[in-house]
Structure formats: C-alpha cells, structure tokens
Ligand binder design. Structure first.
Ligand code: A3P
Length: 325
C-alpha cells in the first residue's frame, strides 16, 4: 500500500489495523515486509518526508546481524579526524553505546523526532535502518550521493540471537516459534531472503553506492573489512594512517570484547540518549546488545533438524540468485 496524502501518523494509524499481522511476534506486514507494528508510522514518515543530504550514509541490516558492530565501525571510521580511535579517553564510543552514536530511523521517525534529530546531525550523517531495500524511499536508494552499507548473517545465528534478545520481554517465546516464522517469511524483517536479496542485487547493480558485508567475514578478517569500509565511505586510510595502524585501532576499539567490557555497555538498567534511539529501551539495556559475538552459536540451541530445515528454505529461496549463506 502506498502512503496517501494525509499526515503520516494518521495514515499509519488508519492502515495499521488493515495490515496482515503476526500477533505472536507483534508484527505487521507492510509493503510485503514484516515489521514491528510500532515501526510502521516511522516507515511511513520516512517514505513520505525523509530529506537526505549529500554524503548521507545508511547502515542497513536485518535485526541481530551485527548492527551494533557496524554502527561502531562506521562511526569510528568517519569520526577518526576528531576522535582518534586510540589514545582518546573522550572517544564517544567509550562513553556511550553505539546505538547512541548512530540513530535508528524507524523508531526515531515513529517517535516524531525524525526531522528534528536528523536535521541537527552534522554532515556527513550516519543513520541506521532495518527496512528492506524495496521499502527505502527513492530519495535514498536512487540518490547517487547517499551510500548504503549492508550487513547480514547466517540466519541460524540471527534467529538464535533474536530469540535470546526477545526473551528479555517474552520469556515464553520458543526458538521454534521464530523458526516457523523465519521459514514462512513472517519473522521480524522477513522474508529474510527478500531482505538480503534486495541489498545483494543493489550492491551488484551499484557497488559504488551499496556495500554488502557479512558478519562471518567481518569476524574472520575485521581489519580488511575496516579498510574496505573506509574506502567505500570515501575516507580511505592515508599512507601515514596505514603506517600508524589506524585501521587496527578502529577494529580494536569496536571489538566485541572491548565494547562489551566498557562500563557504559555493562549497564544493567536504563539506556542511552532517548533522542537518537527514538525511545528509551526498557528491557533492552546496553548490555543486551553484546551476548556471544560469535559465528555458529546456533549449534548450542537448535537441533540439527531445525538447522537443516532453515538451511533448506534459504537454499531454495536463494537458488539462482548468485547469493548463498
Ligand atoms: P549474538 O547474540 O549471537 O551474540 P545487532 O547489533 O544487529 O542487534 O546484533 C547483535 C549481535 O551482534 C549479537 O550476537 C551481539 O553479541 C553481536 N555483537 C554486538 N557487538 C559486536 C561486536 N562489536 N563484534 C561482534 N559481534 C557483536
């Protein structure tokens, strides 16, 4: 459904009740994609009113695929002129959670803070979204001056991570509930294959504006990926920076171990700035964004049968696309 001419909140309220729902997961299907019901007004507002600036960088991901890490890496890379990644005790990433350094668009716009907060950010702006590529406004995806960095992850680890995260507010949620939803496409940010393929195809069509990253490859070789990211963002490391190992400094500052052990991210209650996240997070305190930080933890939670089923669905859906997990 397309937005009509009414106010975004009104439009969203009017259409939400007509959208197909997955009540168990608090989801609605909006333009073919499954999103949290509370994000719908934000997505509508973004589609109707987001005004990009030249140089904007959108960090896109399905949830639980390394968004926090990508936010930290992109922020540290872009801000390194003002905040060197090593030897700056005042570095924002040492003081606040990465989610308070890069705003999450859907929630911010849903809270009516979109324009106010985004307008106040200095250029070049960093922002994050879980929206499918198909749902992004043309003002972003058809704009040669906006860049998109995408990260995805083995859906088995994504689901286990999402399950552990969601159980903070839904202790009754079974992993099998999420598996069912993932297989039929109706999990959060599903269908997963459409989410991935939208950005995969965009990155093939326009590699200079869409960078496609994988969580597992980043774990395997974080420094090379930081270098790749810096080049893509138009901020390559200079020979002097290379000599000084600045890419390594960025990698260390943003590593799972480093961020997880910071006092700000160990916080057991409360969370950072409501202005960048849209709303305070309640159960999703800073520490909830750092769990294991590994590839393959699914094997500790899924039966081989569950894993085979999910793999088979993904294989079938990605068949012929040139992409596979
Ligand atoms: P696990 O639950 O498997 O540990 P998101 O940031 O998209 O919500 O994804 C969260 C996942 O990324 C969690 O995975 C979390 O532990 C992991 N993660 C968070 N920060 C990370 C970092 N700096 N490096 C690697 N993984 C990180």
């Amino acid at each position: 459904q397309d937005a009509d001419a009414s106010a975004p909140e009104e439009y969203a309220r009017a259409v939400i009740s007509d959208l197909p729902s997955n009540p168990k997961l608090f989801l609605r299907r909006y333009q073919g994609t499954w999103v949290l019901e509370s994000w719908v007004p934000g997505i509508v507002a973004i589609q109707r009113g987001f005004a990009p600036r030249g140089g904007d960088v959108v960090l896109a991901s399905p949830p639980k695929c390394g968004t926090t890490w990508l936010k930290a890496l992109a922020f540290a890379t872009m801000a390194r002129g003002v905040h060197p990644p090593a030897g700056d005790p005042g570095h924002p990433l040492l003081r606040v959670n990465p989610h308070d350094c890069v705003p999450f668009m859907e929630k911010l716009f849903a809270a009516g803070l979109g324009s106010k907060v985004m307008d106040a950010l200095p250029s070049p702006r960093l922002m994050a979204t879980h929206m499918h590529h198909s749902v992004l406004p043309a003002s972003i995806k058809k704009n040669p001056d906006c860049k998109i960095v995408y990260i995805c992850r083995d859906p088995k680890d994504m689901l286990v991570s999402m399950w552990q995260f969601s159980r903070r507010i839904r202790p009754d949620l079974e992993l099998s509930d999420l598996l069912e939803a993932a297989c039929d496409g109706s999990c959060l940010s599903g269908p997963i294959w459409d989410h991935v393929l939208g950005y995969w195809n965009a990155s093939k069509a326009s590699p200079e504006t869409v960078l496609f990253l994988r969580y597992e490859e980043m774990l395997q070789d974080p420094v090379s990926n930081v270098v790749k990211l810096s080049r893509f963002l138009g901020r390559p490391f200079s020979p002097a920076e290379e000599e000084a190992g600045v890419a390594m400094d960025v990698m260390r500052l943003c590593s799972f171990e480093k961020l997880k052990d910071l006092e700000v991210n160990k916080a057991g209650s409360g969370s950072g700035s409501p202005s960048l996240r849209g709303v305070r997070e309640g159960a999703f305190v800073n520490s909830s964004y750092f769990r294991r930080g590994e590839a393959g933890d699914w094997a500790n939670h899924m039966t081989p049968e569950m894993a085979r089923r999910l793999d088979a669905v993904m294989e079938e859906r990605f068949c012929g696309s040139g992409f596979s997990f």
